[in-house]
Design a protein around this ligand. Structure first.
Ligand code: UDP
Length: 195
C-alpha cells in the first residue's frame, strides 16, 4: 500500500485503475475489506476528531473523494495520484464487471431506491450481477437479518450507502460478520445509480 498522509490521515496514493484492481484483489482473497471514500467534510472531521481519524485509518483502502482533498494533498506537498470518488469507483467497477463478473449487494437509500439502482445496472452494466438489495432505514433489531441476507446472497462486493459517518461505522462494526470480500462506504451513490 502506497500511502499519502494528510494531517494524520492515511490516504491511499492510488489511481482509479489501481483502485479497481485492488478491489479485484480483495474479491479473490479470504476476508472482507473496508473501502472508504471520505469527502472534504469528513476529512476535516478526521483531522480534528480522533475517533473519526481512527475510523478512517482503519480502512483497508482509503481514497480521496473530491478535488478539495486532492488540492489539500498538493498544498501539503504530498500529492495523491488522482481523485477517486466513491461514485466514480463504483461506476468503474460496474464497467470492469463486463470483463470480470462481480456479484454486488446494494444496501442503503430510501425504500425502493436500491431496486431502482438494480434495474439501471441490469440495463447499463452487463456482467455486474446484483444478488440482493436492502433499504438503508432500519433499527438495531433488523441488523441480524440484514447481515444474514447479505451473507446468504453470495455477494462479493457490498455497497453501503447510509451517509457518512454512519456507513463507515456500520462497516467497521460488522466487518468480521460479513462474508463479502469488499465493503464500500459510498454515500449518495445509490441515489445516483437509481436516478
Ligand atoms: N441513508 C440511509 N439510511 C440512513 C441515512 C441515510 O440509507 O439512515 C441514505 C440516504 O437515503 C441517501 C444516502 O444515505 O441515499 C446518503 O445520505 P446523505 O446524502 O445524507 O449522506 P452523504 O452522501 O452526504 O454522506
Amino acid at each position: 500500500r502506497k500511502i499519502v498522509e494528510i494531517a494524520g490521515i492515511n490516504l491511499d496514493d492510488i489511481s482509479m485503475e489501481q483502485a479497481v484492481e485492488r478491489i479485484y484483489e480483495f474479491i479473490s482473497s479470504a476476508e472482507n475489506h473496508s473501502v472508504f471514500t471520505p469527502n472534504a467534510e469528513i476529512m476535516m472531521e478526521g483531522i480534528t476528531d480522533k475517533n473519526m481519524k481512527a475510523l478512517l485509518n482503519g480502512a483497508d483502502m482509503l481514497v480521496a473523494d473530491g478535488a478539495g482533498v486532492v488540492l489539500a494533498s498538493k498544498l501539503l506537498g504530498r500529492e495523491v495520484t488522482e481523485k477517486v470518488s466513491g461514485f466514480d469507483l463504483v461506476k468503474n467497477l460496474l464497467k470492469a464487471a463486463s470483463q470480470r463478473p462481480v456479484k454486488f449487494y446494494l444496501f442503503g437509500g430510501k425504500p425502493g431506491i436500491a431496486e431502482k439502482a438494480n434495474a439501471n445496472i441490469i440495463c447499463d452494466y452487463p456482467g455486474a450481477e446484483v444478488v440482493g438489495t436492502r433499504s438503508g432505514y432500519f433499527t438495531s433489531d433488523d441488523e441480524a437479518s440484514i447481515i444474514e441476507d447479505i451473507n446468504s446472497s453470495g455477494a462479493e462486493v457490498l455497497l453501503v450507502c447510509l451517509g457518512a459517518p454512519k456507513q463507515e461505522l456500520w462497516i467497521t462494526a460488522n466487518k468480521h460478520r460479513l462474508k463479502v470480500k469488499a465493503s464500500l462506504g459510498v454515500g449518495g451513490t445509490m441515489d445516483v445509480l437509481a436516478g
